[in-house]
Design a protein around this ligand. Structure first.
Ligand code: ADP
Ligand code: MG
Length: 759
């Protein structure tokens, strides 16, 4: 049907096989449709003409209308090439200088390429439009490689605003300059625009005051004026964000209506026992989040919840209480951590919390022995294990649960979606869930949550009552993903658009702020002095080195050098220094780590392996070496390792002499704020969301064409709200007026993997 849009770029006038290949390789453009969806990333205003006398080097781009006075050709050594020769030996020319003049003054245009062509057309006495970026050259100004146009009847040869397209060196040398790209776009548009079908229903265009798609496409490439450009940009950005949100919300809606959720109406004695024995009361935020989780568990729908909370905000407690809720309903639970050290620490903490309960808990990691493994496997299968804490080892096929009801995944960004989805297949078979008894009362469910017991809920909706080994009969466990990487709201909304998000935005009371300072390498002596004073007071110190080199070997050398220096400054027998890094065997790692955790070592030198989770309340100083090499969120995570006890804590950022302006900004921000969300927002602004730590593995194939998560947060929010309204009015999008939406959502770019569907 859509012939032109789908046709290969190769057959467009001015392209051909060579350029087609270039466009495909460099920009991924294969069809005319691809081409017209490559938008300019900025525009040059060519509407005005600047008098030469007013040209200043701080002007970005200027357009002059001037007459050629003289031309001078220069050879390789700067010698002037004679123009009397006939023909001129252009091959020997390295530079062409053209002096031009308008009523206000004179200026030089310089060419290093296209010398012959420019020489021949820029004849003295002729008037041209010159467009380019002026630069100061000594006391004079010139423009190197200006664009040259012939003025037409006083009117300019191009529209007032000219788009600048993404380009690469290869494209330019392959002949696809900015100007050529504009021509290709114009040709493609004239062929395609009649075929472009509006993607948004009429009522949405009206509601939101949006221009039509053909108008938007035309004006994004060749704006009639700045107003038209604004309208076009707004429409295209809104559309992109709207469809993304519509797609995510639709999945969420479908899932929340699905009946495949384990019903967990009881609270159970273990929850109460643990809760009542807590040495502190939960923060308001912790209570709120537990209520949210409890509501999910009693809803009859599968929970997919992201729990965000800054380091030290008390997520572990929430995880344990959630597990106890599931256990209270006869289910098993697992808590998966990204590293062995972290899994061990979780295990140790959780065991403490479980003391007052009857719940059995075990640890399963790569270094669990075969014998222990067998016992664990057996206890998982017979259901006697309530909580299993572990690493990826939990995902192995031979780990079989009797009835996994809740999976908690800590520090999610270390895991990929694939791994997460593997847990789904470990859910219990339909029909093996326990029959609920009375509702418990600690957090009473609302009327809506009082759904019928699981058998009826499922039977009533056509689910098989019979247990079977078939995957399709498994009910996925509830999933709680915990992350300490504060994700800016706009990003969370998109990356986790189909998850529910809970935020612990309150720190446990009694926390003292961590005093952060940034020092230079040559302040090292006074830093050591400070460290000695802290150690004398019985405190411990972290010293973290960045991973600098590509090779692990080199990093290790770097770390070992640093370690030696610290050992020299803090010698035995007064001081004990432990070292932990990725190249150690897990035995070595554990030995050193536990020496520090138990207080036998005063200083722990390490790479970023301690980044996540490790809790040593007695550590009061975090030294970060070559801090300029770390990203903001990593610095924030590291700083979160101290300030966990009652003592005043410090974070010392040691920066190298060579520190870029940007890095300096990061370090300054660290000294100014401890708010993880503010840091995350700033981080995104400074780096763009693309390489924001923790998002690469999100598994959501989102690539925005025109909207920016960093800059268009407000519009994203609007689009999400609006998408919600559209779905509220027509949850299945089956109304005739919404047909265009359904058609558009089928396109691959909006298909976002639904976690619960991956197997
Ligand atoms: P996170 O995993 O979010 O970084 P943790 O769960 O490790 O944080 O909790 C950090 C510390 O705060 C732990 O030592 C924990 O015992 C303590 N803690 C948790 N909740 C509270 C609370 N409500 N009041 C006081 N201390 C708390
Ligand atoms: Mg934690």
């Amino acid at each position: 049907m859509a012939k032109e849009l789908d046709s290969s770029i190769q057959y467009l006038a001015g392209v051909g096989p060579k350029r087609a290949e270039l466009l495909r390789r460099e920009l991924g453009i294969e069809t005319l449709s691809d081409l017209i969806h490559l938008y300019p990333f900025r525009y040059i205003d060519r509407s005005g003409i600047t008098p030469i006398a007013q040209v200043a080097p701080d002007l970005a781009f200027v357009q002059l209308q001037a007459t050629v006075l003289t031309r001078t050709l220069y050879g390789p050594s700067g010698s002037i090439v004679s123009q009397d020769d006939n023909p001129i030996h252009f091959g020997a020319c390295k530079r062409l200088s053209v002096m031009v003049e308008d009523a206000s003054g004179r200026m030089e245009m310089v060419f290093f390429k296209g010398i012959k062509w420019n020489y021949q057309r820029l004849v003295p006495g002729a008037t041209f439009l010159f467009f380019g970026k002026p630069q100061a050259f000594g006391t004079r100004m010139n423009i190197v490689h200006p664009e040259v146009d012939v003025p037409q009847d006083g009117a300019l040869s191009q529209g007032a605003l000219t788009g600048v397209y993404p380009s690469t060196e290869k494209l330019k040398t392959g002949g696809i300059t900015g100007k050529v790209m504009c021509k290709l776009q114009a040709a493609a548009l004239s062929l395609c625009l009649p075929e472009v079908v509006e993607t948004l229903p009429e009522y949405i265009l009206r509601d939101r005051g949006l221009v039509s798609l053909p108008y938007a496409l035309k004006n994004i490439h060749f704006p009639k004026d700045s107003y038209a450009l604004q309208k076009a940009t707004y429409r295209l950005k809104f559309e992109e964000l709207f469809f993304l949100q519509l797609s995510l919300l639709k999945q969420k809606y479908v899932r929340s209506r699905g009946e495949r959720g384990l019903l967990m109406p009881k609270v159970g004695p273990d929850f109460h026992a643990c809760y009542n024995a807590l040495p502190y009361s939960l923060t308001g935020a912790q209570q709120r989040v537990i209520k949210e989780i409890r509501a999910d568990l009693t809803s009859g729908h599968q929970m997919n919840r992201l729990l965000q909370g800054d380091v030290g905000s008390g997520k572990t407690m929430v995880a344990v209480l959630s597990c106890l809720l599931a256990i209270g309903n006869g289910y098993q639970t697992c808590i998966m951590a990204p590293t062995e050290v972290l899994a061990q620490q979780h295990y140790a903490n959780i065991q403490k919390y479980l003391k007052p309960t009857a719940v059995q808990c075990a640890l399963l990691t790569g270094s669990t022995t075969q014998k222990e493994r067998r016992a664990i496997h057996a206890a998982l299968e017979d259901g006697s294990l309530g909580i299993i804490v572990g690493t990826h080892a939990l995902l192995e096929d031979n780990v079989v649960f009797r009835n996994l009801g809740l999976a908690v995944i800590d520090e999610q960004h270390r895991f990929g979606v694939e791994q997460r989805s593997k847990l789904w297949s470990k859910g219990p078979l339909v029909g093996r869930g326990p029959v609920p008894e009375n509702f418990a009362t600690l957090i009473p469910p609302t009327a809506e949550q009082r759904v019928p017991p699981i058998y009826e809920a499922m039977g009533g909706h056509g689910f098989p009552r019979q247990a079977s080994a078939d995957q399709a009969d498994r009910v996925p466990p509830h999933v709680l993903v915990m992350t300490a990487t504060p994700i800016p709201r706009t990003l969370a909304m998109t990356l986790y658009g189909d998850l529910d998000v809970s935020v612990i935005d309150e720190m446990p009371p009694g926390r003292k702020p961590v005093q952060t300072m940034c020092i230079r390498q040559n302040d090292r002596a006074s830093m050591y002095k400070f460290m000695r004073a802290e150690i004398a007071r019985g405190r411990q110190v972290f010293v973290v080195f960045p991973l600098i080199f590509e090779s692990e070997k080199m990093d290790l050398q770097n770390l070992e050098k640093g370690y030696e220096e610290i050992v020299n400054a803090f010698p035995l027998p007064d001081y004990k220094v432990a070292i932990v890094h990725g190249q150690q065997s897990s035995e070595e790692k554990n030995f050193n780590m536990s020496a520090f955790v138990a207080g036998r070592a005063n200083i722990l030198v390490s790479t970023t392996v301690i980044e996540v989770g490790v809790d040593v309340p007695n550590a009061s100083v975090m030294v970060i070496e070559s801090a300029q090499r770390f990203g903001l969120s990593q610095l924030h995570q590291l700083r979160g390792r101290v300030g966990r006890g009652a003592e005043k804590s410090y974070c010392i950022l040691v920066r190298d002499v060579k520190t870029s302006k940007e890095a300096e900004q990061r370090l300054n921000l660290m000294c100014q704020t401890e708010d993880g969300f503010e840091i995350a927002e700033q981080d995104m602004k400074m780096r763009g969301p693309g390489d924001l730590e923790g998002t690469q593995q999100s598994g959501l194939p989102i690539s925005l064409n025109i909207a920016s998560l960093a800059k268009d947060g407000q519009l994203l929010t609007e689009a999400r709200i609006y998408a919600g309204q559209v779905l509220d009015a027509d949850p299945t999008l089956s109304a005739p007026q919404n047909a265009p939406l359904v058609r558009e959502l089928r396109k691959e770019k909006y298909v976002v993997k639904d976690y619960s569907q991956i197997s």
